[in-house]
Ligand binder design. Structure first.
Ligand code: NCD
Length: 306
């Protein structure tokens, strides 16, 4: 297995690297006990400058399950950044303590900066502002790979906050590596896909609509997102847009029998809870799969085979 240095954006990997990572994650899922010593003796730094439940805990659980140990923080208020230390100094100190760093930061480009200053250990981007979230994309693609072939001609609806939703930005970048898909971008105008993401769509086809009901029947996958409250400058603007889409039984009746509904979670109001019983909603399984693909990612970055 080749040693990979960092994982900052989805385009850091080729299709072959994704496929190898999925193969390894499939193996870990089948026989997790065979991997329980894979990262023994290694230490992961889990640095979360922004709130997280799934991403942080799935990374930490993943590394523990590989036999490694984890240090870190989930609240920047406890760190020396409050004394004025720069992010690059913090990272250069921490790289002397660990074998691998995973970092979520509220600033766009923070993980990239990390990759420029670190010389000894790999860094993984666990979300940088409203820019990218490549390990959620790994989770999303791994989920897709378990339901569909990644070279299938799928119509994928991306619904909600496409402006600030970093998971959508990263998912599009990754799907383009796989030849692009038919994207149906479903959002109010004020939450439309930003130009820097639109310009990445060179292989896939894209349509932009506002009405979810009207396109439900066309979709093979519906990727729902929450409106990203923390990125809004105006509380009123958030209140106006927060419940723009609510997926309910009525809309699901218009969907194909084998369509799947994904969501990076957390969910707020955009998917009715009663739909959790519909076998087409796969978001809880998606979150669960995230731990296995992160195990696979960390093994690759550390150059560990088993
Ligand atoms: C996403 C994120 O942090 O961008 N959450 C996650 O990591 N699963 C999506 C979100 O917060 O809406």
């Amino acid at each position: 297995m080749t040693r990979q240095s960092n994982f900052i954006r989805p385009s850091d990997w080729s299709t072959t690297e994704y496929e190898e990572a999925f193969r390894l994650a499939d193996l870990i899922l089948q026989k997790p006990e065979e991997f329980s010593h894979s990262c023994e003796g290694k230490v992961l730094a889990s640095l979360f400058f922004e709130p997280s439940t799934r991403t942080r805990l799935s990374f930490e659980a993943a590394f523990n399950r590989l036999g490694g140990r984890v240090i870190g923080f989930s609240d920047q208020g406890n760190t020396s950044t409050t004394k004025g230390e720069s992010l690059s100094d913090t990272l250069r100190i921490i790289e002397g303590y660990v074998d691998l760093i995973v970092m979520r930061h509220f600033l766009e480009g923070a993980a990239f900066l990390g990759s420029q200053v670190l010389t000894k250990v790999p860094i993984i981007n666990a979300g940088d502002g409203s820019h990218q979230h490549p390990t959620q994309t790994l989770t999303d693609l791994f989920t897709l790979h378990r339901y569909h072939k990644l070279d299938e001609d799928l119509t994928i609806g991306l619904c909600g906050d496409l402006k600030f939703g970093r998971t959508v930005h990263s998912l599009i970048e990754a799907l383009e590596i796989f030849g692009g898909r038919n994207y149906v971008c479903i959002s109010p105008k004020d939450l439309a896909l930003p130009d820097h993401v639109k310009s990445k769509i060179t292989k896939g086809k894209v349509t932009y609509v506002e009405d979810l009901s009207e396109v439900m029947g066309d979709l093979d996958v519906l990727y729902m997102t929450r409106v990203q409250k923390e990125r809004f400058v105006s509380k009123q603007e958030y209140e106006r847009l927060k419940d723009f889409y609510i997926l309910d039984q009525e809309k699901m009746q218009r969907a194909k029998k084998d369509m799947i509904v994904m969501h990076p979670l957390p969910r707020v109001m955009e998917i009715e809870k009663s739909l959790d019983r519909d076998p087409r909603t796969v978001y809880f399984e998606q979150a669960h799969l995230g731990m296995y693909i992160r195990m696979s990612l960390m093994m690759r970055l550390l150059g560990v085979d088993k």
